[in-house]
Unconditional design. Structure first.
Length: 289
C-alpha cells in the first residue's frame, strides 16, 4: 500500500475526509467521509504520524487503445457515462471497484467535467467524496473511451451533481462494425418458441445454437434475448435473416449452429449490444473474436 504522510493542518473541521487515514503501522485511523466536528478532535491526532493513500497516477491504471483528445469524444449534454469508483472493501489493502451510470451536464475546457449525481438506488454505502479517484468510460460513435479523473466538488444545492477534474489523458479504441464477441446468452425464436443459445454476437448479427432447425436460409425470424449491463437486465428483440446453418455433433450431443444477420434493429438495442461488446473488450478481451 502506497501511503504518504500528512499533517493535522491538512484536515478541515466540518468537511468530510477525502481519504482514509492510517497510522505508522498502516492500521486504519479514520474512514473517508468522516467529519471532524471540533478542534479538540484534531488535537488528539497531534504528535501522531498520520498517513493517507497516495492517488494513483493515470499511467498506473490499466488502459488499452490509442490516445485521443477530449474533442474526439464529441460529448453532448445528456451523454451517458459510466463512473467506476475505487474503494477499500476489507482491510487497508483490498481494493474494489463499483460502477455507476450517470449523464453529462456539461464541461469547461481544461477545467472541469460536470455530471449528474448517480441515481440514489445505485449508491451503496458512502457517496462520492471530494478527492475520490474515478474511472470514466463511455461509448461515442464507433469508439469506446476511458479516462481517469478525481472528484473536485460534490454539489448538493440546488440539486446534486459532481465536478470532476478535466482528463489529462484519454484512451480510446475503435469498435469496428464487424467486431464480434463470444458469449453464452439464452434466447428464443419468438414465432416458433424455439429455445436457443447465442454463442457469438456483433451489432450486425449473431451465431446461435439450438436443438431444432430455425428455418431455411433466408427465413426472417425474430430473436429474443436479454443482455445484462451493470447488473441491469435489458431485453432485446430483433428481426433477423438466417444466412447459414450446419449440424454439430459434439460428444454425442447434436445441435444446429445457425448464423443470422440483423436486418431491423432498434437504435437502443444496437447501443445495448455495443455497450456489451465494449464491456467485454475491456473486461474479457479473450472473448473478442
Amino acid at each position: 500500500m502506497n501511503l504518504i504522510p500528512i499533517q493535522t493542518t491538512d484536515l478541515t473541521i466540518g468537511q468530510p475526509l477525502p481519504w482514509d487515514l492510517f497510522d505508522q503501522a498502516h492500521q486504519p485511523i479514520q474512514k473517508r467521509g468522516y467529519i471532524f466536528k471540533t478542534e479538540d478532535e484534531l488535537k488528539q491526532l497531534e504528535g501522531s504520524s498520520i498517513f493517507r493513500m497516495q492517488k494513483p497516477e493515470p499511467d498506473q491504471i490499466e488502459s488499452s487503445g490509442d490516445k485521443f483528445r477530449f474533442d474526439d469524444m464529441h460529448l453532448k449534454v445528456g451523454h451517458k457515462l459510466q463512473l467506476k469508483l475505487s474503494s477499500r472493501s476489507k482491510g487497508p489493502v483490498e481494493i474494489k471497484y463499483t460502477s455507476y451510470v450517470t449523464s453529462l451536464i456539461g464541461y469547461v475546457q481544461d477545467s472541469t467535467v460536470i455530471t449528474a449525481m448517480p441515481a440514489t438506488d445505485q449508491l451503496i454505502g458512502e457517496p462520492f467524496v471530494e478527492g475520490d479517484q474515478v474511472q470514466v468510460s463511455l461509448f461515442s460513435g464507433n469508439s469506446v473511451f476511458n479516462f481517469i479523473v478525481f472528484v473536485d466538488k460534490v454539489i448538493k444545492v440546488p440539486f446534486k451533481y459532481l465536478h470532476l477534474s478535466f482528463p489529462k489523458e484519454i484512451q480510446g479504441q475503435n469498435i469496428r462494425k464487424s467486431r464480434r464477441i463470444r458469449c453464452s446468452l439464452p434466447g428464443s425464436v419468438v414465432e416458433k418458441h424455439i429455445p436457443l443459445s447465442l454463442i457469438d454476437l456483433s451489432v450486425c448479427g449473431a451465431g446461435v445454437s439450438s436443438s431444432l432447425p430455425l428455418g431455411p436460409l433466408g427465413t426472417i425470424i425474430t430473436l429474443a434475448f436479454t443482455i445484462t449491463i451493470l447488473d441491469k437486465e435489458i431485453p432485446v428483440t430483433v428481426k433477423s435473416a438466417i444466412r447459414s446453418a450446419k449440424p454439430i455433433n459434439k460428444n454425442g450431443h447434436k445441435t444446429i449452429s445457425t448464423g443470422v444477420e440483423f436486418i431491423d434493429i432498434k437504435s437502443e438495442h444496437m447501443h445495448t449490444i455495443r455497450h456489451l461488446i465494449y464491456q467485454e473488450i475491456v473486461e474479457h478481451p479473450e472473448n473478442v473474436i
